[in-house]
Each structure stands twice: as structure tokens, then as C-alpha cells.
Design a protein around this ligand. Structure first.
Ligand code: APR
Length: 228
């Protein structure tokens, strides 16, 4: 059974119409990261942060999976493969394509978390800071269940174990500038995995990717997964 670790970035959602973060006119071109994606920004102005994700939610709800998402959902079904899929994205395009096990290491757009009791609330529509937690009743403790800069990503213990034992490591549509995700390839390579990057742009001086395949993931990834 071949163990494959796949790390997703915003680039895979780009062809489904969702903005990436660091491309020209990316999401961070219009907003200051420190205002809407950092724990300090949340503490300073929680209402603005909720408004930001309330703005993103409908766009993400409307987006449809592309050929890369579908190829990964098909790949997950193969009997000869053990797939560990991690995404940095908060959209649910992998789930819409049929993937069953998706680890959202930076959280999910359809959830809100209570900072008082840790309860996670499904949030299909709008979230608000002053909403009441339906478990502990606290008011003014709700935060989008998104991992902000300054917070620990999710699933890190599991991810560390999987990086130590995977045979193939594939990163898709990520600029490799945000840690700890950007360091996963180094760990996988250290433990003997063959490493691939599928991206639009070449990442200079990156000694950890054995292969960098340039192009749109919807065109390059399906054929690669079929041959793997
Ligand atoms: N196919 C493949 N790659 C693509 C495509 C595409 N169709 N379109 C864009 N890309 C590439 C871009 O070249 C870029 O290198 O996807 C990458 C997207 O990089 P970023 O915008 O930096 O997104 P990402 O790497 O996922 O950011 C990581 O940073 O802001 C935080 O929490 C946020 O999860 C995000 C994290």
C-alpha cells in the first residue's frame, strides 16, 4: 500500500473562482492580514473579522470543485493507495468533490468556535461575535473556526506522524511561505519520501522538492495521480 501525503493550498481553489492570497489581486491585496486574519486583529475588532468571513462564506458556498478536486476524490478511493489529505484552505471544495477525509489545518468557513468552552458550531450563514454559544451560553466569545496568524494549526500531531511515514509527498497550489505547512516538504524528504510540487510558479531555491510541475493543477494533477 503506497502512502501518499497531499498538502493543498489556495491555488487549487483558484480555478473554482476563489481568490488566492498572494497572487496579484489576491485576497490580501484588498485587506490587511493583521486586521482580519490575526488573533491580535480579532481581539481589537472581532466584529470586522466576523464581517470578513461572512463576506467570504457565500463565495465559497457557490464555488464548484474543479478537475483537480475530483481527481483527488477518485484517488482516495483507490485500494492500493493510503491517502492523507491536508488542506490549508477553509473552503469545502474537496468535500463537494466527494473526498471523505479532509483535514482543514487552518479551519473551515462553515464553523464558528466558542472561545469560552471550545464548542464548535455549524455556521451555514452569518456568524456574529455577540451570538450566544448554544452549549455554554456565553455571549461575546464566538470566533470563526479559522486558524489565525498567531494560533496553532489543527491536526499537527497526526500530520507529523504521517510526514514521517509517507512514500510520496505532493504539495498543490501553495506558495510555500506560511509555516508550519511550508516546512512539511522538508520533513517528508528527510524521512525518505519522494516530493512533488504542482504550482503555477516555480519556487526558487527550494531544495526539498524533487519535482516541480508547473501549470494549472486541474490540468497537471489528474494525469499524475492516475499514473501514481
Ligand atoms: N494551479 C496550481 N497552482 C496555482 C493555481 C492553479 N490553477 N493558481 C494559483 N496557483 C499557485 C500560485 O502560483 C501560488 O504560488 O497557488 C499558490 C497560492 O499561494 P498563496 O496565495 O500564498 O496561498 P497559500 O500558499 O495556500 O497560502 C497559505 O497563507 O494567508 C495564509 O491561511 C492562509 O492558508 C493560507 C496560507
Amino acid at each position: 500500500m503506497k502512502k501518499v501525503f497531499i498538502l493543498m493550498g489556495a491555488g487549487i481553489s483558484a480555478e473554482s473562482g476563489l481568490k488566492t492570497f498572494r497572487d496579484a489581486n489576491g485576497l490580501w491585496e484588498n485587506f490587511k492580514v493583521e486586521d482580519v486574519a490575526s488573533i491580535e486583529g480579532f481581539e481589537k475588532n472581532p466584529k470586522q473579522v466576523h464581517e470578513f468571513y461572512n463576506m467570504l462564506r457565500p463565495q465559497m458556498d457557490k464555488a464548484l470543485p474543479n478537475a483537480a478536486h475530483i481527481a483527488i476524490a477518485d484517488f482516495e478511493k483507490r485500494a492500493d493507495i493510503s491517502l492523507y489529505l491536508v488542506t490549508q484552505n477553509v473552503d469545502l471544495l474537496h468535500e463537494k468533490a466527494g473526498s471523505k477525509n479532509v483535514r482543514h489545518m487552518h479551519g473551515r468557513i462553515d464553523e464558528t468556535v466558542c472561545l469560552k468552552c471550545g464548542h464548535v458550531i455549524k455556521t451555514p450563514e452569518k456568524s456574529a461575535f455577540d451570538d450566544v454559544c448554544d452549549k455554554c451560553g456565553a455571549k461575546g466569545y464566538l470566533k470563526p473556526n479559522i486558524v489565525f496568524f498567531g494560533e496553532m494549526p489543527m491536526f499537527m500531531d497526526e500530520i507529523e506522524n504521517e510526514l514521517k511515514s509517507c512514500d510520496v509527498f505532493v504539495a498543490v497550489g501553495t506558495s510555500g511561505v506560511v509555516y508550519p505547512a511550508a516546512g512539511f516538504v522538508q520533513e517528508a524528504k528527510y524521512y525518505g519520501a519522494e516530493t512533488y510540487l504542482f504550482n503555477l510558479e516555480y519556487i526558487e531555491n527550494n531544495y526539498y522538492f524533487d519535482h516541480q510541475i508547473l501549470g494549472k493543477a486541474s490540468e497537471t494533477l489528474p494525469a499524475f495521480l492516475q499514473k501514481l
